[in-house]
Write a protein that binds this ligand. Structure first.
Ligand SMILES: Cc1cc2nc3c(=O)[nH]c(=O)nc-3n(C[C@H](O)[C@H](O)[C@H](O)COP(=O)(O)O)c2cc1C
Ligand SMILES: C=C(O[C@@H]1CC(C(=O)O)=C[C@@H](OP(=O)(O)O)[C@H]1O)C(=O)O
Length: 389
């Protein structure tokens, strides 16, 4: 079983993740991790913090001479901004600066202070902040290395921002990367991107914020990851939970998703074919690569909807938690739109879920064992025989 935990506050010294259960022998490339961390910082509409940070991972355990050891991998990302927050975020000093008492609608502020019995909203927002997702992206980048060893590749792209829809669909992983390269928003439809930028500029001018939708696609997954036998072993359960765990994600769809509800079965279900090169296959993929909680060999397609950023420069009404008087919600430096960043986090979470499913199915304490078993299994699947060797 693969598992990870993160720790760290948005303006604390660092973000940390411990990833446990990785087989030994996976190549770990800091450059790859840092490339994903840099992608997470990008996106038209991000706030001033992105000008301060230059996220880089340090590996504190579990890797020797560029390979995993099978022991827990600890990843750490320092917060450059910590230098400006040491007093306000002091672990043992006296409270410095004024308290935040105007919770923002849509953020963890109000439920958080009630649940944890705090009277300064900062005690909540520091950990609720999506700064934490930098640690998840580092974890995902390591999981991608495991998946790449068995030819599974994950990409993502933005398909909607503030109601502006992109029309393009990538033909392959390589096509996705190529078309995304030119984009500032992680979108593969340049016409839509121009309109997306315009609505972001407009929202910023209005003191408003925007959400949107991104799609994550995993190419090359073999049939048989996940299981139908128990609710919590279904791969769709795990993917939906993982994507929904990202701050501000409010909806997750697999394949045709909600559109399935509007069409008859004859137009939704993917007919089954057999091809001696590929084994069983489909000419459509409305299932999004998962049937009965198990991968069916087609690309895995998950979509997630992000709500608009809660911090508004023209704030909504709130209540002062000390006086109970109405007032405007707290404003502070903020993103206007972070769908591009959320897509990179979505990739990371999907990579983690698939890496876990791979380790569950193929076991193995070393990547060599996994690769050998995957090769044999792929041969068996191509033959389409019930003899699994
Ligand atoms: C990459 C990313 C960046 C975000 N940036 C901000 C931000 O700058 N300001 C803000 O108020 N919310 C931001 N959010 C959203 C909040 O973190 C989120 O709405 C909050 O944690 C409440 O959680 P919930 O939306 O899941 O209920 C961001 C989310 C993501 C994924
Ligand atoms: C505020 C939130 O997340 C943001 C995500 C974020 C990052 O690195 O992604 C950095 C933080 O920067 P700042 O110092 O400007 O607060 C947050 O802005 C939030 O999620 O509530």
């Amino acid at each position: 079983m693969l598992r990870f935990m993160t720790a760290g506050e948005s303006h604390g010294p660092a973000l940390t993740a411990i990833l446990e259960g990785l087989p030994a022998g996976i190549t770990v490339d800091l450059k790859q991790i840092n490339t994903d961390l840099a992608r997470r910082q990008q996106g038209f509409g991000r706030g001033g913090r992105m000008l301060i940070e230059k996220d880089k991972a340090e590996i504190m355990s579990g890797v020797r001479f560029g390979q995993t050891l099978g022991s827990p991998v600890t990843l750490q990302i320092s917060n450059r901004d910590w230098a400006n927050w040491q007093e306000r975020m002091s672990q043992f000093g006296k409270p410095a600066g004024s308290m935040i008492t105007a919770p923002r609608p849509g953020h963890a502020d109000l439920p958080g202070i009630l649940k944890y019995g705090r009277n300064d909203v900062r005690d909540i927002l520091e950990r609720a902040s999506a700064r934490e997702t930098a640690a998840r992206v580092a974890v995902g980048a390591v999981c991608k290395e495991l998946l790449a060893a068995v030819d599974i590749k994950i990409g993502s792209y933005v398909v909607n921002i503030g109601g502006v829809n992109a029309q393009a669909v990538p033909e392959s992983y390589e096509d996705l990367l190529k078309r995304r390269q030119q984009s500032e928003l992680g979108c593969i439809d340049p016409e839509a991107e121009t309109k997306m930028k315009a609505v972001i500029i407009e929202a910023k001018e209005q003191g408003d914020s925007l959400g949107g939708i991104f799609e994550v696609v995993a190419y090359g997954a073999m049939p048989g990851l996940g299981s139908h036998v128990q609710w919590d072993r279904r791969l769709d359960t795990k993917l939906a939970g993982a994507l929904m765990s990202i701050q501000a994600i409010k909806g997750v769809e697999l394949g045709a998703g909600f559109a399935c509800a509007n069409l008859p079965g004859s137009q939704i279900h993917d007919e089954i074919y057999y091809d001696s090169n590929r084994g069983y296959c489909h000419h459509t993929n409305n299932a999004g690569g998962i049937e009965g909680g198990i991968t069916n060999g087609e690309p895995i397609i998950v979509r997630a909807a992000m709500k608009p950023i809660p911090t508004l420069m023209k704030p909504l009404l709130s209540i002062d938690i000390s006086s109970k008087e109405p007032l405007k919600a707290n404003t502070e430096r903020s993103d206007v739109c972070a769908v591009t960043a959320a897509a990179v986090v979505g990739e990371a979470m999907a990579a983690f879920v698939l890496a876990d499913a791979l380790v569950e199915k193929f076991g193995g304490d070393s990547i060599a064992e996994i690769m050998k078993r995957v090769t044999e299994y792929r041969q068996y699947v191509r033959k389409g025989s019930s003899d699994c060797g």
